[in-house]
Design a binder for this molecule. Structure first.
Ligand code: CO
Ligand code: CO
Length: 346
């Protein structure tokens, strides 16, 4: 049970786990259960749930599409306001990952009224609303239920130009792969739960997770990039495999070039492990080849991310401009013609 503590942070419970993406709940199992539900067939549905894309895209007019997504999860930080910010940034990210601009958001809340004071709820929703405003969108309402475990997130609707979407299917051999946030949120958040994260690293973790992917998305559209996804629960290897499969290419990643949150590889070496990484390992084992990579780099590439950065396939001619527009973005690999594995980590 979640309990109020001094200062009323949210106590993380044994059952509290991040469902930032379904991977953390056993995505493969869930996907199988949902696969037998018939898909929607409508010419206006440009991107549906069959693909591994980040959000649904619905054509309204030739020059206007709605981009819709929903994401919610249990707390991964103990400050309610920061949790609200992070959950909102994570939900908004799927709109940015499709090349959309968020318009409106609805809050989804499960709240344990018996164990937490109501001002915790106020702080969470205020954090979420502030992040929605930062994105230039409007929180128009929401729905709250009484729940044993605290959960918060958003359903977000954005708009996009249907001729200029960022999809998983548009990577081409020769493109460079750019990652716009460092990896390691799963490792650092797990260390924090075990009281094994110092304040400086905790601040780095929180700042990264609550940062919007707006700049990274707008820079992609401005430079003519067509392929992006956000790195969330499946980890870098999993999301890279989605791009590789959808685009019919192989993605080659360079392990030593993977950017990390301060201490991520070190925490892994010190024994920090996540359940999400184990599930990701099972998911990517048939798809990826990491025989030439170090164990620490493999761990970083499998780490499930909450509110991770965009993974963008950038043509060489646009690379300099993209990197200069997106502070903190790093080249982590390249796109090749389809080889034996969907993803190679070396
Ligand atoms: Co998601
Ligand atoms: Co996504």
């Amino acid at each position: 049970m979640a309990m109020a503590q001094a200062g009323h942070p949210i106590r993380l419970t044994a059952s509290a786990r991040c469902a930032g993406c379904a991977a953390k709940l056993g995505a493969a199992d869930l996907a199988e259960a949902l696969a037998s539900v018939p898909a929607s067939h409508d010419a206006r549905l440009l991107v549906g749930r069959e693909s591994f894309d980040d959000a649904g895209v619905f054509l309204v007019r030739d020059d206007l599409a709605l981009v819709q997504t929903v994401d919610f999860f249990a707390p991964i930080v103990d400050d309610p306001y920061e949790f609200g910010q992070i959950a909102a940034a994570n939900a908004l990210s799927d709109v940015y990952a499709m090349g959309g601009e968020p318009l409106t958001a609805l809050a989804i809340v499960g709240f344990p009224v018996d164990t937490l004071p109501l001002h915790v709820l106020t702080a969470i929703v205020r954090g979420g609303q502030d992040k929605v405003h930062e994105a230039g969108a409007v929180l128009v309402g929401g729905h709250t239920i009484i729940d044993e475990e605290l959960k918060f997130g958003l359903s977000v609707t954005g708009q996009a130009d249907p001729r200029r979407l960022l999809t998983n299917a548009a990577a081409r051999a020769g493109d460079l792969l750019v990652l716009t946030k460092p990896l390691g949120t799963g490792l650092l958040a797990t260390a924090a739960k075990q009281d094994r994260l110092d304040d400086a690293r905790r601040t780095s973790l929180h700042d990264s997770m609550r940062a919007l992917n707006a700049v990274a998305s707008r820079a992609a559209l401005a430079t003519g990039v067509q392929c992006a996804t956000d790195v969330t629960g499946f980890g870098l290897l999993g999301h890279a495999s989605h791009i590789a499969r959808a685009s019919g290419v192989t993605v080659r990643l360079r392990g030593d070039d993977l950017p990390e949150l301060p201490g991520a590889r070190e925490l892994w070496a010190a024994g920090i492990r996540t359940g999400g990484a184990e599930r990701n390992l099972r998911f990517v084992t048939p798809l990826a080849d990491w025989s030439a990579a170090s164990d620490a780099n493999v761990a970083l590439a499998l780490d499930p991310q909450t509110s991770g950065g965009l993974l963008v396939a950038v043509p060489p001619a646009q690379l300099g401009e993209y990197l200069s527009r997106v502070p903190g973005s790093v080249v982590v690999g390249a796109v090749e013609p389809r080889g034996a594995a969907l993803v190679v980590l070396e």
